[in-house]
Design a protein around this ligand. Structure first.
Ligand code: URA
Length: 212
């Protein structure tokens, strides 16, 4: 993958197998959390596929070489609270020097509209690749609001990583933020009348944190 399409579904067998285990209602919290961590790394591998590179002069034990290294400022990961936090640790293992931000949005259960209650972002967002993470792209309302906020804070190069997407959410993102590529493990069928993804996996936050 050299350029990211607006929507990239990662169909790798490991991702799909792990996702099936996560969808299963009988999968316990601890296993769900571990699987989310593993999938987050596989998705992060895809979404960082075409990062800018430069070279650095090093000496191997055999000879000098100009070896490839990442170019530019450290990337910024932005977790959309609270479920986004389930994706953070795994990605940070792959990109340990990433800067981390948080956007707190909850979904009003009646209107399904996002309400912002927290925002703390890294500096110089305009010079970084910003990867916003949230496991569930459902109506797209929270994701669009979070990306609005990132853009208002200066971010120009933004990507969105999620575990599951609904067609409604993808369409909403494409309409509001056509410049933001989305990477996901699956594009599901639809939303139900409560705004849950079908077939989905239920409430991602509740399943990863064991709340109800
Ligand atoms: N948020 C979730 O956690 N699950 C859904 O199905 C939709 C939104």
């Amino acid at each position: 993958m050299s350029t990211l399409e607006h929507l990239t579904v990662v169909r790798h067998p490991l991702v799909q197998h792990k996702l099936t285990l996560m969808r299963d209602r009988d999968t316990p919290t601890a296993v769900f959390r571990q699987l989310l961590r593993e999938i987050s790394q596989l998705l992060a591998y895809e979404i960082t596929d075409n990062l800018a590179m430069t070279t650095r002069r090093i000496d191997t034990p055999v000879c000098p070489m100009d070896a490839p290294v990442l170019d530019g400022r450290k990337l910024a990961l932005v977790s959309i609270l609270r479920a986004g936090n389930g994706l953070l640790d795994g990605i940070l293992e792959l990109v340990p020097s990433a800067r981390v931000g948080f956007v707190g949005l909850y979904r009003d259960e009646k209107t399904l509209e996002p309400v912002q209650y927290y925002c703390k972002l890294p500096s110089e967002l305009d010079e970084r690749l910003v990867i916003a993470v949230d496991p569930m792209l459902a109506t797209g309302n929270s994701s669009v609001a979070a990306i609005d906020l990132l853009k208002q804070s200066g971010a120009k190069d933004i990507r969105f990583l999620c575990l599951l997407a609904a067609p409604e959410g993808v369409a909403r993102m494409k309409e509001a933020h056509p410049d933001v590529p989305i990477v996901t493990a699956a594009l599901d069928e639809r939303l139900d009348d409560r705004g849950y993804i079908v077939p989905g996996l239920g409430d991602a936050g509740d399943r990863m944190f064991g709340t109800k």
